[in-house]
Design a protein around this ligand. Structure first.
Ligand code: UD1
Ligand code: MG
Length: 447
C-alpha cells in the first residue's frame, strides 16, 4: 500500500499574500492541484495534505483528506502530524512531497517509488530525489560517503565546503512506513532554524545501518519549489510551454507558444491553428481544423470543426461546425451557435440560441434571444431585452430579414419569413411573412 503525505502548511511568507501559497495559480490551476495530479497519475490515490488554516478552509475543491498543522515546527514535525492521522500499515510505503512544486512529474514519483521497491540485496528504507543545480542554491545539500548518501545538510547549517556541493535534495521522498514512524519520533530541533527537519531521517537511517537510495532527477525545473511570485512566473512559463508542446505533438499548429496561453484538460483537434496572444482555458474544446486567434480568449468554449474565432472572446458558449466568429465579437453565458452561422465585427451575444446559417455580421447586441435557421440580422440590430427590472425573450423565426438598426423590444416574436425595415422599433409581435417598418413598427402596405 502506497500513501502520500503532501506538505503544504508552510506560511509562504515570501509570496506576501493573504492566501495560502499552494493556492496561487499557474495556467488556471492552483500549484497544489498539479502535485496531486502527478501523484494520482503515478497511481498514488490515497493522499493526505498537511495544511495550515487558510488552506484547510479551501481544501474541499481538491478532493483529498487534510490534517491541520497549527504551528509550523518543520518538515519533520509536519510528517509526524500526517502519520498520526493515517492508520498504521505494516509494510506500507509513504511518499512525501511538497505542495509548492507544480512542475513535478508522474515519472519522478514512479522512479522514486520503483527505486525503494527494488530488492537489491540491501535493506533500503528510503529513497529520495536529488538534483544537480547551479550554485548558489537554497536547497539542502546531499552529502555522500563512498558514493552512498550519508546525510542531508540544510544551507543554514552547512559548512563552506558543503555549500560547494551541487547535488541537492529535491524534497521528495519515499519511505518504508514502519521505519519512517520510528524515525520521526527521534528528530531533534537542535539546528540553526530550531526546526524538526525531515531530512535528518537520512543520517538516522544510515547510522542504523540502513540504506537510503538517491534517484537523480534530470531537470531541476521539475522540482522547482515556488517561494515567491518571481519563481511562480518562471514555473508558469515552463508549464505553459509543456502544455503547448503536448498539443503541438498531437497535431495542433501553435504559431507562437510564447504568447499562447493554455490550461490543462483543454482539448484541441488536429490541424487547428492557433495564432498569437490567445488564451484557451476552463475545459474548452475545439474540433479539427479550427483557426483561433490572434488576440482571442476562449473560456469553457466548445467549438465544432472548422470554426474560426478571430480577435474575439468566447465564454461559456457552444459553437457548431463551419462557423466564423469575429473579428471583435464577444459571445458569453450559454450562447449556442449552430453550424454555418456567421458572427461578425463588434457583435455581442449572450444567453441566445442561433440556428444554422444565421448571420449577425455587424455591430449588434443579441441577448436572451432565439433566432431561426437562415435568418439575417442586419447591422446595428439590438435586442432590447431589459426593461430596467427584468430580462425578456426575443424569438425570431427562420428566414427572417431583420433590417439594419432594428430595435427588437422584448418580449417580442417575429414569425418565419417576416421582414423589418431599416430603423424599425419592433414593440409588438410580427406574424409570419409580414413586413413592418417605422417607430413603432407597423405593417407595410402589401406589394
Ligand atoms: C526543504 C528541505 C531541503 C530541500 C527543500 C526543497 C527540510 C528541512 N529541508 O527545505 O533539504 O532542499 O525543501 O524544496 O525539509 N512545511 C510544512 N510544515 C512545516 C514546515 C514546512 O508543511 O512546519 C511544508 C512547506 O509548506 C513546504 C515544504 O514543507 O511545502 C518544505 O518546507 P520549506 O520550509 O519550504 O523547506 P525548505 O527550507 O525549502
Ligand atoms: Mg521551500
Amino acid at each position: 500500500m502506497i500513501r502520500a503525505i503532501v506538505l503544504a502548511a508552510g506560511k509562504g511568507t515570501r509570496m506576501k499574500s493573504s492566501r495560502s501559497k499552494v493556492l496561487h495559480e499557474l495556467c488556471g490551476r492552483p500549484m497544489l492541484w498539479y502535485v496531486l495530479n502527478a501523484l494520482r497519475r503515478a497511481g498514488i490515490s490515497e493522499i493526505l495534505v498537511v495544511a495550515n488554516e487558510e488552506l484547510q478552509a479551501e481544501i474541499a475543491q481538491f478532493g483529498v483528506a487534510s490534517v491541520l498543522q497549527s504551528e509550523q515546527l518543520g518538515t519533520g514535525h509536519a510528517v509526524r502530524i500526517g502519520l498520526e492521522r493515517l492508520q498504521p500499515h505494516a509494510g506500507g510505503r509513504i511518499v512525501v512531497a511538497c505542495g509548492d512544486m507544480p512542475l513535478v512529474t508522474e515519472a519522478i514519483f514512479r522512479g522514486m517509488v520503483g527505486s525503494l521497491e527494488a530488492r537489491d540485496g540491501d535493506d533500503a528504507v528510503m529513497s529520495l530525489v536529488t538534483v544537480k543545480m547551479p550554485l548558489p542554491s537554497y536547497f539542502g545539500r546531499i552529502v555522500r560517503r563512498d558514493a552512498a548518501v550519508e546525510r542531508i545538510v540544510e544551507v543554514s547549517d552547512a559548512t563552506p565546503e558543503q555549500l560547494e556541493i551541487d547535488e541537492m535534495n529535491a524534497g521528495i521522498y519515499a519511505f518504508d512506513e514502519t521505519a519512517l514512524r520510528d524515525a520521526v519520533t527521534r528528530l531533534s530541533n537542535d539546528n540553526a532554524q530550531s526546526e524538526y527537519y525531515l531530512t535528518d531521517t537520512v543520517s538516522y537511517f544510515v547510522g542504523a545501518g540502513k540504506r537510503v537510495r538517491p534517484v537523480l532527477a534530470g531537470d531541476h525545473l521539475d522540482v522547482l519549489g515556488i517561494n515567491d511570485r518571481v519563481e511562480l512566473a518562471r514555473a508558469r512559463k515552463e508549464m505553459n510551454a509543456r502544455l503547448c508542446a503536448q498539443h503541438m505533438r498531437d497535431g495542433v499548429t501553435i504559431v507562437d507558444p510564447e504568447t499562447t496561453y493554455l490550461e490543462p484538460d483543454v482539448e484541441i483537434g488536429a490541424d487547428t491553428i492557433i495564432y498569437p496572444n490567445t488564451t484557451i482555458g476552463r475545459l474548452s474544446k475545439a474540433g479539427t481544423a479550427c483557426v483561433i486567434g490572434p488576440n482571442s480568449r476562449l473560456s469553457h468554449a466548445m467549438l465544432g470543426d472548422r470554426v474560426a474565432v478571430r480577435e474575439s472572446v468566447v465564454i461559456d458558449s457552444t459553437i457548431g461546425s463551419d462557423v466564423a466568429i469575429g473579428p471583435f465579437a464577444h459571445l458569453r453565458s450559454e450562447t449556442n451557435v449552430s453550424d454555418r452561422a456567421h458572427i461578425g465585427n463588434f457583435v455581442e451575444i449572450k444567453k441566445s440560441k442561433l440556428a444554422r446559417r444565421v448571420k449577425v455580421s455587424h455591430l449588434s447586441y443579441i441577448g436572451d434571444a432565439t433566432i431561426g435557421e437562415g435568418t439575417n440580422v442586419g447591422a446595428g440590430t439590438i435586442t432590447c431585452n431589459f426593461d430596467g427590472e427584468k430580462k425578456h425573450q426575443t424569438i425570431v423565426g427562420s428566414d427572417v430579414s431583420i433590417g439594419s438598426n432594428t430595435s427588437l423590444v422584448a418580449p417580442v416574436k417575429v414569425g418565419d419569413g417576416a421582414l423589418t425595415g431599416a430603423g424599425s422599433v419592433v414593440t409588438k409581435d410580427v406574424p409570419a411573412g409580414e413586413r413592418v417598418a417605422g417607430n413603432p413598427a407597423r405593417p407595410l402596405p402589401q406589394k
